[in-house]
Design a binder for this molecule. Structure first.
Ligand SMILES: NC(=O)c1ccc[n+]([C@@H]2O[C@H](COP(=O)([O-])OP(=O)(O)OC[C@H]3O[C@@H](n4cnc5c(N)ncnc54)[C@H](O)[C@@H]3O)[C@@H](O)[C@H]2O)c1
Ligand SMILES: N[C@H](C(=O)O)[C@H](O)COP(=O)(O)O
Length: 353
């Protein structure tokens, strides 16, 4: 077995620096963040963002060899990141407001979770981080804390003043790798149809095309697009969005040189002969596309926000309060490893382009 610490000093110096927000403190986020950061320490310089004392307690329970080194927010803001040895994981201290009972949500900690995101976003925009990776948070707790919040995706777009972003989940556990992007993000089903307009769908396809090229090295990404309605509208008898909006958008995209096709009925698109010809499936809404990907790879998939001015990846799972309540050692940190590795690959791809 190769020694994981045997990388050359040059490699260690060039490790991508990733901010890792630890998510909902009562969930599995802190545990999977620490485990993944420690496991990947020779390849990625992780900077955890969370309550340093709380994380130190969890780290000690996971493995007493794990060395977390705390840095205050003020020191980070003033001086940026100091050097840390390869066997040290930096933590930017973002203190919680209430004691944590694993598995039990407490709205008093909602705003502290948001502060971890703000630190990561600020650092990514300032160039302190090469990218950010987010552990799962509990959307309801942020709302219970009095802040309207639908997801990281929308929050990161707003805070970075990005007009439109695209949510894409991906896995390399299938052949070929499966990528599923969404035309809408966290939206009540009753609002989905109205949100799919010529302009919004055109921008989604443009972002997808550009980021699949620049961040995933695909020279001419092939994008297969679902319809919105059953059987892609059945020629207009089951809805007109395919005729009135989706098809005209696809024709315009093709005219701009984008390799896009559809609209395909969503229920039969996810079969091998189509997937073999696709670099990405664009589904119209969250639960049209994501169940397929999560069925194929739950616990090992990743969530990527395209269109942001920085790299952001995340896990494919939620806070798993049931596992957190049962104690450490129940959660699989495979998705966190995949999210961190993918962010690191994206950083390296950007450096060499
Ligand atoms: N990236 C994110 O921030 C993110 C992603 C998805 C869901 N969420 C949020 O998480 C909260 C809970 O969502 P949910 O209950 O629908 O989904 P969940 O993923 O938390 O749990 C669903 C099931 O999967 C299991 N599970 C989840 N992660 C696991 C892991 N790493 N290892 C082993 N088993 C695991 C859980 O025990 C549970 O049985 C919601 O607030 C949701 O919005 C956040
Ligand atoms: N839609 C995501 C999923 O199902 O995995 C999840 O809710 C996280 O979304 P954000 O990254 O926007 O929080």
């Amino acid at each position: 077995m190769p020694d994981p610490l045997a990388a050359t000093p040059v490699d260690l110096q060039r490790r991508p620096v990733l901010a890792v927000t630890c998510g909902e403190p009562a969930g599995i986020g802190p545990e999977v963040s620490i485990r993944a950061a420690w496991q990947l320490r020779t390849q990625i310089k992780s900077v955890l963002i969370g309550d340093a004392a709380f994380l130190a307690m969890i780290a000690a329970d996971i493995d007493p060899q794990i060395r977390l080194v705390a840095l205050s927010q003020q020191a980070f803001l003033n001086d940026g990141l100091p050097d840390f040895a390869v066997d040290q994981i930096a933590v930017i201290d973002c203190q919680l407001d209430a004691h944590v009972q694993p598995g039990v949500l407490d709205a008093r900690n909602g705003r502290a979770v948001l502060r971890t995101l703000d630190i990561a976003i600020g650092g990514a925009l300032q160039g302190n981080f090469d990218g950010m990776v987010t552990a799962p948070l509990q959307k309801s707790t942020i709302n219970d804390a009095g802040v309207a919040f639908t997801g990281h995706t929308e929050y990161l777009a707003e805070k970075s003043v990005t007009a439109q972003v695209v949510m894409m989940l991906a896995t390399d556990r299938t052949t070929p790798p499966l990528r599923v992007a969404l035309a809408t993000t966290h939206l009540a089903l009753k609002d989905v149809a109205a949100a799919i307009t010529f302009d919004s769908l055109s921008r989604t396809i443009a972002i997808l095309h550009a980021d699949l090229k620049s961040k995933f090295g695909l020279a001419q990404p092939r994008i297969l697009v679902t319809g919105l309605n059953p059987h892609a509208g059945e020629g207009g008898y089951l809805g007109r969005e395919e005729i009135d909006i989706i098809s005209p958008v696809l024709e315009a995209a093709k005219a701009n040189g984008i390799a896009v096709s559809g609209p395909y009925p969503a229920d039969t698109l996810f079969q091998q002969k189509y997937l073999d010809e696709a670099d990405c499936i664009l589904a119209m809404y969250h639960d049209q596309g994501l169940p397929v990907l999560k069925y194929a790879s739950f616990g090992h998939g990743i969530n990527i926000t395209l269109g942001l001015p920085f790299i952001r990846t995340s896990v494919d799972h939620g806070t798993a309060l049931d596992l957190a309540a049962a104690g450490l050692g129940r959660a699989d940190h495979g998705s966190m490893l995949a999210a961190m590795n993918t962010a690191a690959q994206m950083v390296r791809a950007g450096r060499s382009s």
